[in-house]
Design a protein around this ligand. Structure first.
Ligand code: FPP
Length: 236
């Protein structure tokens, strides 16, 4: 009997290729990011439609600050636009939004908007959408280790309390299951500091398509790929 077709519960995506998409059209990079933001909105609907419960996307990394001031400003303004519309749209779709990453380094108006968005959508039971903003896996683990070390130093924890579960519970993704599937677009085959702890047992799917061109068919291909895999967690 054929195995049942499985929909991954949690999909993580590295959205890559916005700049190249714009370049191919002789447009400034910002047009690629705008197109990428539109693709992301459509992907939220497609993911839910296909039965995915958690979607976690890499929007801005701790390394992305190294881009030109103009490009960073453009991405932050796109984020502002997204956040402005997001409470109403998320509530209409019963979608819960969480932010992972170190939000303290973002502009105060953006911090306020993401706090408001998380609060306003916290009881929604539809798609659990997580946006990584100023996120870096090593930075996340470093922050968690500092918190644990402080608790040990001040007597709230003992060294023997430190376990994989405890560490997971101190990460930004504490409330989320680990991703089942990672997708990276645009042909790059690397992790770029994205969820290194959480992706330890996930399937990885890399495709050549540039992020603004990603669509439901591509998402289905990634899920097909996921179904061709036998996940043994190190067993036999
Ligand atoms: C990767 O393409 C994209 C980013 C680093 C920025 C991601 C931003 C968006 C998808 C738009 C913002 C969305 C919201 C909701 C604010 P790249 O620039 O690295 O492309 P390249 O590798 O071709 O240069």
């Amino acid at each position: 009997m054929a195995d049942e077709y499985k929909i991954p519960q949690h999909v993580a995506i590295i959205l890559d290729g916005n700049g190249r998409w714009a370049k191919k059209r002789h447009l400034p990079r910002g047009f690629g990011h705008k197109a990428g933001a539109n693709t992301l909105e459509q992907t939220l609907e497609d993911a839910w439609d296909l039965g995915i419960k958690y979607l976690t996307v890499y929007v801005f990394s701790t390394e992305n600050w190294k881009r030109s001031v103009e490009e960073v400003k453009g991405i932050m303004n796109l984020l502002r636009d997204y956040l402005k519309k997001s409470i109403e749209r998320s509530n209409k779709n019963n979608m819960r939004v969480r932010i992972i990453g170190d939000r303290t380094k973002l502009d105060p108006d953006i911090i306020q908007s993401i706090n408001d968005l998380e609060e306003a959508t916290k009881n929604n039971t539809g798609l659990q959408f997580n946006m990584a903003l100023n996120y870096g896996g090593r930075d996340e683990i470093t922050r968690a280790v500092k918190g644990i070390a402080t608790d040990v130093k001040e007597g709230r924890l003992s060294v023997d309390d430190i376990s994989e579960e405890l560490i997971s519970s101190r990460l930004d993704t504490a409330e989320l299951p680990d991703p089942d599937l990672l997708i990276r677009t645009s042909g790059e085959i690397r992790l770029s500091n994205y969820l290194p702890w959480q992706l330890a047992y996930s399937e990885f799917y890399f495709c050549d398509i540039l992020w603004p061109d990603f669509n439901k068919e591509e998402l289905k291909k990634a899920i097909d790929y996921y179904n061709g895999r036998d996940r043994r967690y190190g067993g036999v």
